[in-house]
Design a protein around this ligand. Structure first.
Ligand code: GLN
Length: 200
């Protein structure tokens, strides 16, 4: 049994719960899905999904209830994580609010990347685009909602998909991140890749 936790502070939590449950069912993998709100919810968890939403709201709530430091410690010990959109922002070492704003450290700064929040601009707040995923022959529909732009990546980051030369799906050791929302499509490919990495 694989125990998957969905960081439940704020954001698209239910969509990820449904997406990972469907993926596991399709693949015949037995999983438990649990919403992670308080530090004690982390007991026995094998992998964490961090949903999209508002990274600032997640930080405010998580700082207050001790969840940020508890999750940070788990990732430090090697906990597999998959961050989507706001979740990817939380995992970034360098976060900017806009091009001129100071650089801040993300809540879980394990990815050597710089990320610009809402980086695709207001006019193109949201868009979908067919992505080519490394090692896969089918396209994946990337749904971008007020998405951040990964403006810089360190040498050790593996790029699994990009849009106009900008990474949108990356991996570093046990950490996956997308700037788009795979939980909002019927295609379970990205959730499959994360789930398979947990049982590999
Ligand atoms: N714009 C949000 C932020 O900065 C992220 C958007 C999303 O997760 N869909 O936190």
């Amino acid at each position: 049994m694989v125990n998957i936790g969905i960081l439940g502070l704020q954001g698209a939590i239910e969509e990820h719960e449904a997406a990972i449950a469907n993926t596991a069912h399709k693949k015949g993998i037995a999983i438990n899905v649990k919403r992670l709100i308080l530090p004690q919810d982390l007991i026995d968890i094998d992998g964490i999904i961090m949903p999209g939403g508002e990274s600032t709201a997640m930080i405010l709530i998580g700082e207050r209830n001790g969840m940020l430091s508890a999750v940070r410690e788990k990732i430090k010990q090697g906990m597999p994580v998959f961050g989507t959109c706001a979740g990817a922002i939380l995992l970034s070492q360098k976060v900017r609010r806009n091009a001129d704003s100071p650089v801040r450290e993300g809540a879980f700064p394990f990815l050597d990347i710089e990320i610009l929040r809402n980086g695709y601009g207001r006019q193109v707040d949201s868009f979908t685009i067919d992505l080519t995923i490394k090692g896969q022959d089918k396209h994946f529909k990337g749904v971008f909602i007020r998405a951040p732009v990964i403006s810089h990546i360190g040498d050790e980051i593996e790029v699994l998909a990009e849009v106009r030369n900008t990474p949108v799906f990356i991996r570093y050791k046990q950490i996956f991140a997308t700037t788009f929302h795979p939980e909002l499509t019927d295609d379970s490919l990205i959730h499959e890749l994360f789930l398979e990495s947990l049982i590999a």
